[in-house]
Design a protein around this ligand. Structure first.
Ligand SMILES: [Zn+2]
Length: 281
């Protein structure tokens, strides 16, 4: 499932690859879920007409959404669900199963939305509408863009009084983190998943703050984590490398890279959580 670092990898790729390109034609394919992907538009034609002929001027990430601002006053927004991929290919490349939308550029190349599930969404809104999307994230921490002091972070943790893991994966507290990065961040910070957010020393807070920043920045640098049945790929269709760096996630029985104790799996809120019971407290 693409989490915050993977979406950020795609944003950077899109910024390099599609800004200044003009959209020539748009195809909403005849797959079972194509209409679900463009569900905000009643008809294929409406979606196509909003895009055809427009040039991509800017790429932004708003929370977990990617937004391509166009020169016709509109923005193309992409929300990848747990199994979605967004890739750029040549026009001659074979269209794989579950490709729902194909957006072709005038000088060649296409962007394609591929999803085995039915949760990914792609839609066009006026650029002004992006402000509303931005404001829906007011008060939510975006660790990759927001300048946050650890003192402020400390106040936010204090206010919530929640087990740390629950807080890290709460999209209303911090944007786009799931089980993989939450477990990795907590190992890096030396904190257990059930450590209460309001019972932290200032050293705990500083370690956690550093762990969030370092983990996510490293994950972006290594182009995301690709694992499981719906492996993340970047815009070129290539997997990331961060799965090779994972310290606890799905490493049960393997030695902790800090203390050599075996990594264990416990259950939290009905889901497995991975940790080193020795060096996380
Ligand atoms: Zn350890």
């Amino acid at each position: 499932m693409p989490e915050l670092p993977e979406i950020e990898v795609l944003r950077r790729d899109l910024e390099k690859e599609v800004v200044t390109r003009r959209i020539k034609e748009v195809e909403v394919r005849n797959t079972r879920n194509a209409m679900k992907a463009i569900r905000r538009h009643g008809r294929r034609k409406e979606f196509q007409e909003l895009l055809e002929g427009a040039k991509v001027e800017k790429v932004d990430r708003i929370g977990r959404s990617l937004a391509l601002e166009l020169d016709n006053g509109k923005a193309l927004v992409i929300d990848l669900g747990p199994s979605g991929n967004f890739v750029k290919t040549s026009a001659s490349e074979e269209v794989v199963t579950h490709t729902h939308v194909v957006i072709g550029f005038t000088i060649g190349g296409q962007m394609r939305l591929v999803d085995q599930g039915q949760t990914s969404e792609i839609y066009v809104i006026p650029i002004a509408g992006l402000d509303e999307l931005r404001s829906s994230y007011d008060g939510v921490i975006d660790p990759l863009t927001q300048q946050l002091t650890w003192q402020h972070f400390s106040t936010l943790l204090d206010e919530r009084e929640a087990p740390m893991k629950e807080l890290l994966v709460d999209g209303k507290f911090m944007i786009g983190l799931g089980d993989v990065y939450a477990d990795e961040i907590l190992w890096t910070a030396g904190l257990r998943y059930d450590h209460p957010s309001n019972k932290m020393s200032s050293q705990d807070v500083r370690r956690l703050y550093r762990a969030v920043m370092e983990t996510l920045q490293d994950a972006v640098r290594l182009r995301g984590t690709s694992w499981g049945p719906h492996e993340f790929t970047d815009l070129h269709g290539d997997p990331g490398q961060y799965q090779l760096e994972l310290k606890v996630y799905e490493r049960v029985g393997e030695p902790c890279r800090r203390c050599r104790s075996a990594i264990v799996e416990e259950e939290f809120n009905g889901k497995p959580v991975y940790l080193c019971a020795q060096c996380q407290s």
